[in-house]
Design a protein around this ligand. Structure first.
Ligand SMILES: *Cc1c(COP(=O)(O)O)cnc(C)c1O
Length: 477
């Protein structure tokens, strides 16, 4: 009989701190973290009716599998829950042509924050009038592209930008609608927020320092710009709407001041994105419906306080729409039991991707969960850490998770809720090609973004030989 790879873990060793309780069922697929309808079929994890074994066999690993019905269900849920308001999907969280077309069909707006994101949206046929342009350093070329394409709104972020934009709009004979991004001094994250007078950060015009009202004056004084309203974005992965309450209070107060001084009522109020999702089974974010009704109530109440007409409200969720419906699928290469001190041990499970396809764990200490996805196991759960193949000890995908003690080379590991800020932030570190994005629906698979090959990568290098000495047999080709 083969030696148990997690042998020492059964030898009376302690479990590492911070990993949480041993799960009752290590094969379980917690419904709140996996795509809608995810389940085990013949032991293997299936999403959109497709088994991860079939996905890996057809498209290789690592890959991102995007459940089309989950994505569309969430975007439609936001659209209907925010009835009477506008939902702009934050494209930076993940963009591709098919996804842009789905958003268009379902009537959402789209936020872009670079010329590249704008070009992608336009090439996919998204109507420019429903695009909002963001960014703290939009170039003249990017602003010109936006103005000439006819984007519905530019969210201005600096005095230089206001000057540039007004010149570009005037040159093109366009009156460009703009929102003024206000730094309200609220920083929100998950269950907490902090309200401060100043914010030491790069985005927006400071409310406390009087820059925001000055920016509004600049916009109002230009014939080439149309003042639409105010914008505020307070953070990310937020579970608790009290941060929005403080932000809305401050922005509505500013709107009242604008009315008093300039006789103009801001027609729109954009409260930004940042709505949280479940990454771990115990996470419990509010639903789109609950967020919508609480934001509606907050804005109505604040406007009543100032006797102000209620502006049209918009929101910009990225993660909450695209995050939960996508999973990462990796193949296990090596498994190493490691004693970690104080008599504790953990199983290091190395997979064929890592920080090049999911930088969030290394960058923000983000937490994920994963399962042994290719089969059921009856082995005892052991404390494990899923790590990548990159040359960094911080190359961690899932820091703390219980996995069956018999996990071994060739098994597939699936990581939940990797739709937002994973493929979008992917790099080519260690010359790895970026994984493909494969849509799954009703038992069918469709490649939305193909795997990046070594040929794609090497095409950028002007020195490399055209012919490979390996005869084109590189692992990624
Ligand atoms: C990042 C960002 C968003 C989206 O944030 P999520 O956490 O993905 O919802 C929305 N608006 C602005 C201005 C942003 O910078």
């Amino acid at each position: 009989m083969r030696a148990h790879p997690a042998g020492p873990l059964h030898g009376g060793l302690q479990i590492p701190e911070d990993i949480g309780a041993r799960p009752d069922d290590v094969n379980a697929i917690a419904p709140n973290v996996w795509p809608t309808g995810a389940r085990r079929v013949d032991g293997a994890l299936a999403i959109g009716g497709v088994s991860v074994n079939d996905l890996a066999a057809a498209h290789g690993t690592p890959l991102f599998a995007l459940d089309e019905d989950d994505f569309r269900g969430r975007s439609r849920d936001f659209q209907s829950s925010f009835d009477g308001m506008d939902v702009f999907y934050a494209g930076k969280s993940f963009l591709c042509g098919a996804l842009v077309q789905w958003l268009d069909q379902d009537g959402l707006g789209l936020d872009v924050c670079s010329g590249g994101e704008l070009q992608l949206a336009l090439r996919a046929g998204f109507p420019a009038a429903r695009i909002a342009m963001h960014g703290n350093n939009k170039s003249v070329a990017e602003l010109t592209d936006g103005v000439t394409a006819g984007v519905g709104r530019v969210v201005v972020d600096s005095f230089e930008e206001i000057a540039r934009l007004q010149q570009i709009a005037a040159e093109h004979g366009v009156v460009q609608p703009v929102l003024v991004r206000v730094t309200v001094g609220v920083e929100a994250h998950t269950h907490e927020f902090i309200a401060t007078a100043h914010e030491d950060q790069k985005f927006g015009f400071s409310l406390a320092a009087g820059k925001a009202i000055e920016a509004v004056r600049e916009v109002l004084s230009s014939d080439a710009l149309k003042f639409l309203g105010l914008h505020s974005h307070i953070g990310s992965q937020i579970f608790d709407t009290s941060g929005f309450e403080v932000a809305a209070h401050r922005v509505v107060e500013l709107a009242a001041q604008i009315y008093k001084e300039y006789g103009v009522v801001p027609a729109e109020l954009d409260l930004g994105g940042g709505l949280g999702i479940s990454y771990l089974p115990h996470d419990d974010p509010p639903s789109a419906h609950d967020v919508a009704s609480s934001l509606r109530e907050i804005v109505n109440r604040e406007c009543a306080t100032y006797g102000m007409q209620v502006p049209r409200v918009s929101v910009e969720p990225g993660r909450a729409i695209v995050g939960p419906g996508t999973i990462s699928v990796y193949e296990v290469g090596t498994v190493k039991p490691v004693e970690v001190g104080q008599g504790a041990a953990r199983l290091y499970v190395s997979v064929d991707g890592g920080m090049s396809d999911n930088i969030r764990t290394a960058l923000y200490d983000a937490e994920y969960t994963c399962v042994l996805a290719s089969r059921l196991s009856t082995a005892e759960p052991v404390p494990a850490r899923v790590v990548g193949k990159h040359c960094e000890s911080g190359d961690i995908v899932v820091r703390d998770v219980w996995l069956p003690g018999d996990v071994q080379s060739g098994d597939l590991i699936a990581v939940a809720a990797t739709g937002a800020y994973c493929r979008a932030m992917a790099s080519n570190y260690n010359m790895l090609g970026k994984p493909p994005v494969v849509a799954v629906k009703d038992g069918g698979m469709r490649v939305l973004v193909r795997r990046e090959t070594l040929d794609d990568l090497f095409a950028l290098d002007t020195t490399l030989a055209v012919e490979s000495p390996l005869g084109g047999k590189e692992s990624l080709a």
